[in-house]
Design a protein around this ligand. Structure first.
Ligand SMILES: O=P(O)(O)OC[C@@]1(O)O[C@H](CO)[C@@H](O)[C@@H]1O
Length: 593
């Protein structure tokens, strides 16, 4: 991962916003009146501070990561897409059946987008005509500030990725083009080694063991998932991120390491122990187990209803039987999702972040929860469109599982000889081979889980909207309700964390529950390596201490948090029409039809 300092020098393409908006826009004459220019003094919107406490992150605060990101990082990300289109134009055209004109017009579109961003223009409305795009235009209209640097950082970033998508949508041949596919695939291939290491250990965790081991394994997997969040191509502006950290394999006190010279995510957990600033993993395990048991009991106490699958992502949802009912004939007993208060399965939800190694780690945790019979189903929430460079899309999901299923990797490793071992006496297995056999088996198992509905992939539009999570109920009450059926919802990564906290720079000691501002569809878990300048739940004094040590500590992903809010809103029958079937819903549980 490139450090912000390095990144700053890489960002040669970024034009200074100060040269454009800050100086020109705020001081240039607005109109000519009777001959000479009349200088209109506008207040300069830019302030030379970090984000003040309790305000939302935005590009107006010149000492904030938001300002730096919009000014330096985002233009580089867009430039790299243009480079990709220019460099691999022929390959891309062949893959998508696109024309030269498609590629040319997309490049032109991205160039304008980049230019508008760095000159702090007003957002253009989307021009594609879909309900989702119309919603975006409404949200743009409703925002207080419609300029790139003057709105919240999260709104502008989401808007840029949505516009990038529109650039593709407006072409004939590049509608399914993912500007980041190459980077994501390379990142997966570069992570085969740690995946093989984790795969081998995971198989030992899937077997039945005693309760303490099960808890320890759960906690370990949470931490594997946490540090996997370092592998984010947005922060690194598309540069490949290595899991190898300086602390790895450098410890003089170590005796035998199982994978010397290998990237070992389990060793990484030990090495980075002190970098986990809040660790509620033990509490998370206890509450997840307790809640899952209560839920399983409630499900088995429910009267038998016609079993339906959950294709559409609602708790039991599948379309009602479409047969004509003759007069007097009893309607089929199909539960109406809007009236149900118990799901048909004990479910755990993961709101995914990055593809590649991070998604692999999420799949490992999910597999563990299933194999240990803690839950019966895991729902993965992914992004419908390419997002923040490396976020998981449905295609990435398939790619990762298929690539695990067919992975090919082999590495011979020498085990380190313990210093205290008598000379010449190497341990028996001084060499061992790491290969992808177990990884392939996992890929097979996950393919089956997808086929039989144990794993469900969902991609609601809300995840690619600019809204923060306290507003989910208002903008997408159906998604909110779907989440309410989960035993717990795990939010991965930094962007999710920002949205959980409402993109607000709250006091770092504010508790996680208060920071959520009422967003409590289910017990919530946040796993995040710190890559943006906001945080909550820190012990008193810790924030100041870390700042003294390194004032850029929040921008590098070197620290992590594992936070938990056990509280959740009780699930009541909805007073809205059935979201899944509307007027078609004829289930006996549904009071409306
Ligand atoms: O969500 P992720 O992948 O953990 O991180 C996303 C991220 O890289 O992108 C944003 C900047 O674009 C930052 O908030 C954050 O650092």
């Amino acid at each position: 991962m490139s450090s912000p300092k390095e990144s700053r020098s890489q960002a040669s393409t970024a034009v200074s916003v100060e040269n454009t908006s800050e100086v020109d826009e705020s001081t240039k004459p607005d109109f000519i009146y009777g001959g000479p220019f009349i200088k209109v003094e506008k207040p300069n919107p830019f302030i030379d501070t970090a984000t003040p406490i309790n305000l939302q992150l935005q590009g107006t605060f010149k000492k904030s990561f938001a300002y730096y990101s919009l000014r330096e990082r985002m233009p580089v990300i867009l430039t790299k897409v243009i480079d990709y289109l220019s460099r691999e134009g022929n390959k891309i055209k062949t893959k998508h059946g696109a024309t030269d004109e498609d590629v040319r017009s997309l490049i032109q579109y991205i160039n304008k987008l980049k230019n508008d961003l760095i000159t702090n223009k007003k957002y253009d409305p989307l021009t594609v005509d879909t309900p989702e795009a119309r919603n975006w235009n409404k949200w743009i209209e409703e925002t207080d500030s419609q300029c790139y640097f003057l709105n919240t950082w999260v709104f502008t970033e989401c808007y840029v990725y949505r516009r990038l998508r529109e650039g593709c949508e407006l072409t004939n041949g590049l509608q399914n083009f993912d500007p980041f596919d190459e980077q994501k695939e390379r990142s997966f291939q570069n992570s085969l080694e740690p995946m093989c290491v984790v795969a081998e250990k995971l198989t030992t965790m899937l077997q039945n063991g005693d309760k303490d081991k099960r808890k320890a394994d759960f906690v370990t997997l949470l931490k594997i998932c946490l540090w996997a969040n370092k592998c984010d191509l947005s922060l690194s502006m598309g540069e490949q991120v290595s899991l190898k950290s300086d602390v790895l394999n450098n410890d003089a006190n170590k005796t035998t390491t199982p994978c010397m010279g290998t990237i070992d995510p389990f060793q990484m957990i030990l090495d980075l122990k002190d970098k986990v600033l809040v660790d509620e993993s033990s509490k998370i395990y206890d509450r997840v187990i307790a809640k899952a048991e209560v839920m399983a009991k409630a499900i088995s106490a429910e009267p038998e209803v016609q079993s339906v699958s959950s294709e559409k992502g609602s708790p039991t949802a599948s379309p009602p039987v479409e047969e004509e009912t003759k007069e007097g004939e009893e309607l089929p007993k199909i539960p109406c999702p809007s009236k149900m208060t118990t799901p048909d399965a004990v479910m755990f939800d993961i709101v995914c972040d990055n593809a590649g190694y991070e998604l692999f780690s999420d799949l490992c945790l999910a597999h563990f929860l299933i194999a240990q019979e803690i839950v019966q189903k895991v729902r993965f929430h992914v992004k419908k469109i390419p997002w923040f460079v490396s976020d998981v899309t449905p295609n990435d999901f398939k790619y990762v599982i298929e690539s695990c299923r067919t992975a090919d990797y082999k590495k011979e490793m020498a085990l380190e000889i313990q210093p205290e071992a008598p000379e010449g006496e190497a341990p028996e297995n001084a060499r061992s081979v790491l290969n992808a056999d177990t990884l392939r088996q996992l890929g097979e198992a996950w393919t089956k889980f997808l086929e039989d509905g144990t794993f469900v992939v969902m991609c609601d539009d809300f995840w690619t909207s600019p809204h923060v999570y306290k507003d989910m109920k208002k903008y997408d009450p159906n998604l909110y309700r779907k989440l309410q059926f989960a035993v717990a919802v795990l939010f991965k990564g930094d962007l999710n964390y920002r949205k959980l906290l409402g993109e607000r720079n709250c006091n770092p000691t504010l508790g996680f529950e208060a920071a959520l501002q009422g967003f409590m569809p289910a017990p919530l878990i946040a796993l995040r390596t710190v890559k943006a300048d906001l945080i909550c739940g820190l012990p008193k004094g810790k924030f100041e201490q870390l700042n003294k040590f390194d004032e850029k500590w929040m921008e590098k992903g070197d620290y992590g948090v594992i936070q938990f809010c056990p509280k959740s809103e009780a699930l009541k029958p909805s007073d809205r029409p059935c979201a899944e079937y509307g007027a078609e819903c004829r289930g006996v549980v549904c009071a409306q039809h």
